[in-house]
Design a protein around this ligand. Structure first.
Ligand code: CUA
Length: 319
């Protein structure tokens, strides 16, 4: 039982399996708190057993002393120590970085029920947009500017750090760093509507050189040789998908839904809801609300089956 219980503490979505400095400090604080809580619990249970064994043996005075020491002084001392330790650790958990220091900047906006991701240059200008997957370099902090478009969401990557709320009309800062390469799961940690539980994302931490190469490749605005699947694109445009979705370098430039440029590189579909297969893409196009209740995308089940299949095949391979 214990082995099964403990095995659930590791993995790409566990605050107890930290992959970055902030998450390590959070995990450390958790274990210190757990220890403090365990000491109080053992003391209380021991006092309970002692009291139940010795019937009628306590004078009123000794009972008062036990209540004073075990019920007030000891818990207060332990809680004060834990609070002081937590306060002392706080500045290290969220280190402050001066504004003039050049940093990696990514803006993430919570939408019902997906994540709009914009990569920014040093001046705050948008280099390009993507969705539901964030790529960061290993070994250095990335600064997130967190926003919300509709209701309050919360951005949380348990393996990399603590949560930060995304509040409409505000920009909340958060710096995260991954110390080893890998894919980390993120979730929305604030109830935001029907599909709150279907609002996940992936953070892909890659070597700094690979990140640089990817960033400059994606930042280059024009596609010189067009899309490999021109026929697929034509079906996509014919059915009006480009009014809500953008594919860089094509006539599709909608900004309402997720940007689909390089959609084929993503690991999941519909913000972590489905595996990234052509069948699931077709299923989602035909009836998004069946998979994700409350989704803003209308259903396209009235389109010809052949068109839906064609678009799914096109999107699956879209690089
Ligand atoms: Cu977004 Cu919960």
């Amino acid at each position: 039982m214990l082995v099964i219980f403990l095995s659930s503490c590791s993995g790409s979505q566990s605050a107890l399996d930290p992959a970055g400095p902030e998450a390590s400090r959070v995990a450390h604080l958790f274990f210190v708190m757990l220890f403090g809580g365990a000491v109080i619990w053992v003391a209380v249970v021991a006092a309970l057993i002692y009291a139940s064994r010795k019937k009628n043996a306590h004078s009123e005075e000794s009972a008062g002393r036990v209540i004073l020491w075990c019920g007030a002084i000891l818990p207060s001392a332990i809680l004060c120590a834990l609070l002081s330790y937590g306060m002392w650790l706080m500045p290290a958990i969220r280190p402050w970085v001066p504004d003039d220091q050049p940093v990696r900047r990514i803006e993430v906006t919570g939408e019902q029920f997906w994540w709009r991701v914009r990569y920014l240059d040093e001046t705050g200008k948008t280099l390009f947009e993507t969705a539901n997957e964030v790529r960061i370099p290993v070994g250095e902090p990335t600064h997130f500017a967190l926003k919300a478009a509709d209701v309050i969401h919360s951005f949380w990557v348990p393996s990399l750090g603590g949560k930060m709320d995304m509040i409409p009309g505000r920009t909340n800062p958060l710096a995260l760093q991954a110390d080893r390469e890998g894919i980390y799961n993120g979730v929305c940690a604030e109830f935001c509507g029907e599909s709150h539980a279907l609002m996940a994302f992936r953070v892909r931490a890659v070597a700094a050189a690979d990140y640089e190469a990817w960033l400059s490749e994606r930042s280059a605005e024009t596609r010189t040789n067009g899309l490999a699947d021109a026929e697929g694109l034509a079906v996509f445009l014919k059915n009006g998908c480009g009014a809500c979705h953008a594919i860089s370098g094509t006539a599709a430039n909608g900004r309402i839904g997720p940007d689909l440029t390089a959609f084929g590189e993503r690991n999941t579909l519909a913000a972590g809801t489905l595996p990234h297969t052509a069948e699931d893409i077709a299923r989602f196009i035909a009836d998004p609300a069946k998979i994700k209740p409350g989704v803003r995308m209308p259903h396209f089940g009235m389109l010809q089956e052949a068109d839906i299949q064609r678009m799914a095949a096109f999107l699956k391979e879209l690089k």
